[in-house]
Design a binder for this molecule. Sequence first.
Ligand code: HEM
Length: 439
Amino acid sequence: MNVGHAVRWAAEHGLPRLGLMALHRKGDTFAQLLSGDEGRNDPYTLIDQLRGEGGVQTVKTGYAVFEHGLCKEILRDRRFGVRTPIDPMLPGPIRRYVESIELPPNPIEAPSMFMMDPPEHSRLRKPVASAFTPRAVARLGDRVREVTTELLDSMAATGSAELISEFAAQVPVAVIGEMLGFPDSDREMFLAWGEVVTPLLDVGISWETHQRAMAATAAMKTYLADHIEKVRRDPGDDIFSTLVTSGELNTTELMASANVLMGAGFETTMNLLGNAIPLLLAHPDQLELLRAEPQHWPNAIEEILRFEPPVQLTARRVLEPVELGGAPLQPGKSVIMSLAGANRDPAKFEDPHRFDVTRANAKEHLAFGSGVHACIGASLARLEGINALPALFERFPDLRLDGEPHRRGLSTLHGFDRMPAMLSQAAEVVPAATAASED
Ligand code: HEM
């Protein structure tokens, strides 16, 4: 056992885990949201209870906010910084010891931009954001269309599909591979990496889950170090090559950026695609409308993001005394912002639990965050949604789920890990490419 890793786990996850489990046993609604099956399967009922009269709620972990206006305000307010993994409320010497223990590079370990405040954050973010040139994003669009067609063709050949592993996960993993210049043959490795590393975003993960994530990130460190050397010698036409050759980031920072792009761009987009399928199938009138008037698809993607946000919550730390919504907030404490709560706030979205692909203000959701840490990949995620989803429903007009899809056991990220489905009878035997050539 790696003692350093065990101490970091104990401080970051073990203690909060014990606290959450005790609260959960007492029926605490916030603990249910953060760590229970109730929160994973139906977070919105709990959120409505927690929102109560509104304002800043005091919870066992610090504060929590469920309103659109307040969430947005905090995300844009520099008096709040990112949540450091190690609780600043721990006594000084213990905190310094825990902080001195290094973990392999991962999306929530400095110098990941997720974990940095300005001005350091801006120095790390700017070159990554600039590498997303319109030309590079357009190229990714071509790749999305190409991969979607390949995936639909291969699904059509069998008549049934596991829509997460065969579709929703494959589109983003191909895009990330393209973005970082990884060979296609390594796709399965990234899928496995994503599966074990993303739980790090949750509060109170188990020691086994943490160990699996650390083993994967250690392996990725070696892979990325080799990849960065290769790109330096022979840069490609991809976003990561632009970043490496810009010379603005050192090797550790490049590794952190690659980690954050993989961590932030993969499972989130997989959940956008995966959440959309049962949602649209459960609302046949909406799907029918999209079939008749496909111009509503871009707004439908926004409504899907509003209604089932792939990232349900994020957190910040109070940096200085702040008064918000009439409540004094204590420096050092953490504030959890429920992006899902913001997206279902009745003060912002009329009849918020109604799924309506024509909703006029759907795009004002907070699914991509807001402020200095707002999602860099938002336009890319939209591009993936707008290409992959209509193509799926067009190719398989009789698509239906084969049993209940299974939710992934995470609270921060919200999505499914298994979704068996039956495709249409016609699609079972006649792949579109063949059908087109016979016309
Ligand atoms: C539907 C898909 C996606 C969703 C819902 C999503 C959501 C988010 C959210 C909520 C944040 C802000 C977190 C915070 O403020 O604490 C964020 C940040 C970020 N996202 Fe996304 N994201 C998605 C796709 C992507 C993609 C495809 C990429 C890259 C290829 C990406 C890259 C990033 C990066 C690098 C950040 C960190 C920005 C910073 O710290 O300055 N995301 N994302």
